[in-house]
Design a protein around this ligand. Structure first.
Ligand code: ADP
Ligand code: ASP
Ligand code: MG
Length: 423
C-alpha cells in the first residue's frame, strides 16, 4: 500500500462540479488500496477576491494578522467542501486546518516559513482508513496565530506534508498537463517535459515559472520528496521531477535546454555616479537587504558620466519599488552619488538547462535570437545551468516565443490550458 499526497490548486476546485470531479479522482486512488492525504487551495480566484475585499475595508496596508485570518478562510472552505464531496461517494474523509495538521511556522505573516511539521492527526485519520484533507497555504505561528505561507504556498504545504508522512510521492494537480518548456499561456507551442531534474525545476521556479512554489521545490530537494506535476482535468502522464540525480541512461542524454521561465513583475534601480571605492556596492545592496527587499540581478559599470565613479543597477520585485528607492536615497548624501533612477515594468527571461553546462554556444544563440526579434537586452546574469536577461516588459512575451523557437523547442501540437486565469 502506497501513501500519496495529492495537491489540487485553485482552478482544479473552482466550483461544486470541480469539487466532485476531484473527489472522484481521490476516491479512485483510495479504492485502489492506497492511502491518500489531500492538500487543497482556495476555490478559483477566492484569494484574490479576499485581497480585494480587504483593500476596500482597509486601504493602504491592512493589518497583517487579520489578513492571514482572512486569507486562510479560502482554503478552509475548500477542505470542508471536498471532504463532503468525498463522503458523498461513500468514502470516509476528514478535513484539517493548517494548525490541526501540525504546520508550525515562524511569525512572518503573509510569508511565514515552516519550522516544524507534526501531522499526527492526519496520520491517525489515514490509519483509520479516511482520506485526510488539509488546507494548504496556512499554519500556526510560534505565537499561536494563524499564518499564511505566501502566494502559491499550498504547493509547499503539500511537499511538507509528504515529507513528514514519508509519502511515496507528492502529486501536484493543476490546470495544465505538467511542466512545459515555457508557460503555455504565452507559448502555445510549448512542449511538455516528461522528466526534469530538481536543479532545473528550482531554476524554473526561482525565475518566474509559477507552476511550482519555489519553497516547495526547495523543500522537495532537501527532503528528497518525489514530485509529480500533472493535470486534474486529464489523465496525461505529467512531469516527474527527479530528486537526487541518478546518472542513468535516461538522464545522460539530456536536451541542452529544458525550458524558458519568465518574470514580468520586476523593477530596476540604478544608483548613478557612485564614487568608485571598495565597499560601495556592499553599502547600497546592504541597505536594500535591510529594508527586507531581495535583490536579484546586479550590474556595476564605470559611470557613463564620469570615469572616477560607477553606476550600480539591480533588479527587485516590482512591488518593492518604493521601499527600495527610499532605502537607496537615504544613502545618497552620505555616499555622495549623483542620482537614483527607477524603472518599473521590467521583464526577465531565463533559459534553463542542465545540458548547457557543456555547451558554450548557448549564450550567443540566445543573444542572436533576441537581436533578431528586436529585443534590447538591459542586463545579463548566468549560473551553471541558466542564462537570464532583463528587457523591457512590453518585449517579454515576444522574446520568450522567439527564444523558444530559436532553440527548436516548439511542439507540433498546441498545449492545452484547462482552466484558471494565469493570474
Ligand atoms: P494552481 O492554481 O494549480 O496552483 P498555478 O496557476 O499556480 O496553478 O500554476 C499553473 C500555471 O502555471 C499554468 O496555468 C501556467 O500558466 C503557469 N506556468 C508558468 N510556467 C509554466 C511552465 N513552464 N509549465 C507549465 N505551466 C507554467
Ligand atoms: N490560495 C493561495 C493563493 O492563491 C495559495 C495557493 O493557491 O497555493 O496564492
Ligand atoms: Mg500554484
Amino acid at each position: 500500500m502506497a501513501l500519496l499526497v495529492m495537491k489540487f490548486g485553485g482552478s482544479s476546485v473552482s466550483d461544486a462540479a470541480a469539487m466532485s470531479r476531484v473527489a472522484r479522482r481521490v476516491v479512485a486512488v483510495r479504492e485502489a488500496g492506497d492511502q491518500v492525504a489531500v492538500v487543497v487551495s482556495a476555490m478559483g480566484d477566492t484569494t484574490d477576491e479576499l485581497l480585494d475585499l480587504a483593500a476596500q475595508v482597509a486601504p493602504g496596508v491592512p493589518p497583517e494578522r487579520e489578513m492571514d485570518m482572512l486569507l486562510s478562510a479560502g482554503e478552509r472552505m475548500s477542505m470542508a467542501l471536498l471532504a463532503m464531496a468525498v463522503q458523498q461517494l461513500g468514502v470516509p474523509a476528514r478535513s484539517f486546518t493548517g494548525w490541526m495538521a501540525g504546520m508550525r511556522t515562524d511569525t512572518a505573516h503573509g510569508s511565514a516559513r515552516l519550522l516544524d511539521v507534526q501531522p499526527a492527526r492526519v496520520r491517525r485519520a489515514l490509519d483509520e482508513g479516511s482520506v485526510a484533507i488539509v488546507a494548504g497555504f496556512q499554519g500556526i505561528s510560534t505565537d499561536d496565530d494563524v499564518t499564511t505561507l505566501g502566494r502559491g504556498g499550498s504547493d509547499t504545504t503539500a511537499v511538507a506534508l509528504a515529507a513528514a508522512l514519508d509519502a511515496d510521492v507528492c502529486e501536484i494537480y493543476t490546470d495544465v498537463d505538467g511542466l512545459y518548456t515555457a508557460d503555455p499561456r504565452i507559448v502555445p507551442s510549448a512542449r511538455r517535459v516528461t522528466r526534469l531534474t530538481i536543479e532545473e525545476t528550482l531554476e524554473m521556479a526561482a525565475h518566474g515559472a509559477k507552476i511550482l512554489h519555489l519553497r516547495a521545490v526547495e523543500y522537495a530537494r532537501r527532503f528528497n520528496v518525489p514530485l509529480h506535476v500533472r493535470s486534474s482535468f486529464s489523465d496525461q502522464e505529467g512531469t516527474r521531477i527527479l530528486t537526487g540525480r541518478p546518472l542513468t541512461e535516461d538522464t545522460m542524454e539530456e536536451p541542452i535546454i529544458s525550458g524558458i521561465a519568465h518574470d514580468r513583475s520586476l523593477g530596476k534601480v540604478t544608483a548613478v555616479g557612485i564614487p568608485d571605492r571598495p565597499g560601495a556596492a556592499a553599502a547600497v545592496v546592504g541597505a536594500v537587504a535591510r529594508a527586507g527587499v531581495s535583490v536579484d540581478m546586479i550590474v556595476q559599470n564605470v559611470s557613463t558620466s564620469d570615469a572616477a565613479t560607477s553606476d550600480i543597477s539591480f533588479t527587485i520585485p516590482e512591488a518593492d519599488g518604493r521601499t527600495t528607492v527610499a532605502a537607496v536615497r537615504a544613502l545618497q548624501d552620505e555616499m555622495g552619488f549623483a542620482d537614483v533612477l527607477y524603472t518599473s515594468h521590467v521583464g526577465k527571461l531565463s533559459l534553463i538547462g542542465a545540458g548547457m553546462r557543456s555547451n558554450p554556444s548557448v549564450a550567443s544563440r540566445l543573444f542572436a535570437a533576441l537581436a533578431d526579434a528586436g529585443v534590447n537586452i538591459e542586463m545579463i546574469s548566468t549560473s551553471e545551468i541558466r542564462i537570464s536577461v532583463i528587457c523591457d516588459q512590453v518585449d517579454l512575451e515576444d522574446a520568450v516565443r522567439a527564444v523558444h523557437t530559436a532553440f527548436e523547442l516548439d511542439a507540433d501540437e498546441d498545449a492545452v490550458v484547462y482552466g484558471g486565469t494565469g493570474r
